[in-house]
Design a protein around this ligand. Structure first.
Ligand code: KIV
Length: 281
């Protein structure tokens, strides 16, 4: 059965940890789904980890819709959340609503997430009122990398901690069904989690949230350009890939590949007849 806002809320109420990973393509999403992970975020981090840009600001609606549609096709169990890219929710309420609707109708995801600040509470409410499940996001907003002077932990001083708590409360009030807490001290996300009735999902927010989120290429060890300190690398797939490609190259050069078993067969009669036909060509 596919996860919904109700099953995710029930997990939080029963103190069952919620698991979430990012995915950007069909084969990876299928594996995440088949592994029983509860939620997928098709993050705008795809601008960095898939498209090789230095930050998330270059993700566009068209790019995100394409990735989201591929991921959604793979998931019959995992709830799929689309990340609204920079520029898709900053202008008018109407444009924000249209962009959120695009993710639902074109990509067929189960909900949207965006880096809403206090300036976007009315937009959050408008999307919730359309009947779209919305995930909030507090703490580090990677789309604000320029204004923040880098991808830095948030909520460590009083002003910043107050911002995290008040934004989480405002988002809950606006109707989000879960809140991602990124790169804030564990004690602060514990406090926020206890203040809220909706699930909190930590990415660099420590162990006391209702669930955990990681960026899949970090988990697999496939992305080296930037790895935040909170990310855990479970595998060295990047190294395995390089070794595999080297072996392939060696086999092509040595003639080991392709072997008989990788080649199509043809009868001698057909070959002889073709040779005869093209004798003078
Ligand atoms: O794009 C992304 O992967 C995200 C997470 C880091 C929360 O927004």
């Amino acid at each position: 059965m596919k996860h919904t806002v109700k099953t995710i809320q029930a997990m939080r109420d029963n103190k069952e940890p919620i698991t979430m990973l990012t995915a950007y393509d069909y084969p990876t999403a299928k594996k995440v789904n088949d592994a029983g992970i509860d939620m997928i975020l098709v993050g705008d981090s795809c601008a960095m980890v898939v498209h090789g840009h230095p930050n998330t600001l270059t993700a566009t609606m068209d790019m995100m819709v394409l990735h989201c549609a591929a991921v959604a096709r793979a998931c019959d169990r995992t709830m799929v959340i689309a990340d609204m890219p920079f520029g898709s929710f900053q202008y008018s309420i109407e444009e924000t609503m249209r962009n959120a609707a695009r993710f639902m109708t074109e990509a067929k995801v189960d909900g949207v997430k965006f880096e809403a600040t206090p300036y976007h509470i009315e937009k959050t409410k408008a999307i919730v009122q359309m009947g779209i499940p919305v995930v909030g996001h507090v703490g580090l907003h990677p789309q604000a990398v320029g204004a923040l002077g880098g991808l830095k932990a948030q909520g460590r001083d009083i002003k910043s901690a107050r911002k995290v708590v008040s934004e989480a409360l405002a988002l809950q009030e606006a109707g989000v069904f879960a809140i991602i807490i990124e790169a804030v001290p564990a004690k602060l996300s514990d406090f926020v989690t206890r203040k809220l009735n909706v699930p909190t999902i930590s990415i660099g927010g420590g162990p006391y949230c209702s669930g955990q989120l990681l960026v899949t290429p970090d988990v697999l060890g496939m992305f080296d350009s930037f790895t935040p300190s909170f990310a855990k690398r479970y595998q060295k797939f990047g190294e395995i890939m390089i070794e595999t490609f080297k072996t392939y190259k060696e086999e092509v050069i040595s003639g080991t590949f392709p072997g008989e078993e990788h080649s199509y067969k043809m009868s001698d009669e057909v070959l002889e007849s073709i040779m005869k036909e093209f004798e003078d060509a």
